[in-house]
Design a protein around this ligand. Sequence first.
Ligand SMILES: [Zn+2]
Length: 489
Amino acid sequence: MRLFAATLATETNTFSPLPTSLDAYRESVFLRPGEHPTDAPRMCTAPLFVARRRAAAENFTLIEGSCFAASPAGKTSRQAYEFMRDEILAELKAALPLDGVLFGLHGAMVAHGYDDVEGDILERTRAIVGQDCVIGVELDPHCHMTLKRVRLSDVIICYKEFPHTDVVERAEELLDIVLRTIRREVEPVMSLYDCRQVSSYPTTLPVMRAFVDRIKRMEDRDRVLSISIVHCFPYADVPELSSRVLVVTNGDKAAADALARQLGEELVSMRGKTTPDYLDVAAAIAAATEFNDAPVVMADPADNAGGGAPSDNTEILRHLIERNVDNVALGPIWDPIAVRLCHDAGEGANLPLRFGGKTAPASGMPIDAEVLVAALARDCWQSFGPTRVPLGDCAAIRVGGVEVVLISNRTQALGLELFTNLGIDPRAKKLVVVKSTNHFMGAFGPIARKVIYVESGGPLDRNYARIPYTRVTRPIWPLDRDTTPGLIY
Ligand SMILES: [Zn+2]
């Protein structure tokens, strides 16, 4: 038995001012066959990682393809996408004959000239491997589950958790189903329900927690093979943007249809109940300072690099400085130039520094302040579950009562090491401000006495009705009140 695995992944915010070139992949994940690390999967590479670990025991040969992944930002250039795609497809051809293909994709990648990158990859892959080869795909739930992808694959599985703590677990399931399909023990059939809505679904909040726990109990490995709640990625102006439910059963299309419809209708009934309350900046700071225990963790989802934002908006920081709020840690602010200046000044230096507020109008104005360079570090990192996320060179600066972590590699707040690697103990702070939508909850949730979500002036508007879509298929909630959800596959 021969399986091939590869990855091409990023989450494209088509409104982002930051284009994505091949260099963005080189900075993040750019691994050719033979270069894959054995300690832990990198962004979206879990299918390859899991298949390698199980190949001997499950009696198959794994042919490792290239893995490319970039931090979320704007569209990938056409040249960069076609270069990476064609490299993977050439490896795929060279690996023939194949019984199975495993793709670790993100699912919300858009390139210039390609709205549905993953659909394009699957179409070309199917043409190469033929109808009998089993194609299994793992996607981030913040994806566009297009009809094309469902038609062209045998099985697709999304992570269930947001924060995405189950990437490896879902890759194990994907490999199980692909192997059992090749051995003719199961016959996956898929059904897709379109909820015609755009929303956010953190599974750390009660409504989605209960829903996901219930769905997991429905998966019995025998009749119901997999259920995926497709959250959608709201910051992409593509026709098939929408929350959807994908059900995979064992050979029973009618049962898949019925379950997809039932769960899809439930997700429609949850409109407006799955997101946290967002406070404005002044109210959030008041709520944090009045709270009697510590630390309070305040999230800035509107400037989440994980959604393609620059992560250099200064609005919350400016309010904190103006109000003389003390004992605060804030990060990350992406500003490689300011990091360079701090490294040039040296640890312990005081200097007038301009930082943040650089990339675009939604970054706000830069902060100009007399700062203390509190700590410096080269090639820093933070953890995200089992993976390590590079931060590049970093600097911790103190401005008033706020310690700010400046980073060179743009990413969101994921692990406590964002602060601790620069000598800042977030547990000892009154307030910890993190730029992230909900992934921060994996590490910061357990130390938080209270969590506050803020609607800052950052580029990722939490009110989806205000996003200037022009190409999304309408009607869709909350842009339109009357919608027509239903089974589409
Ligand atoms: Zn995601």
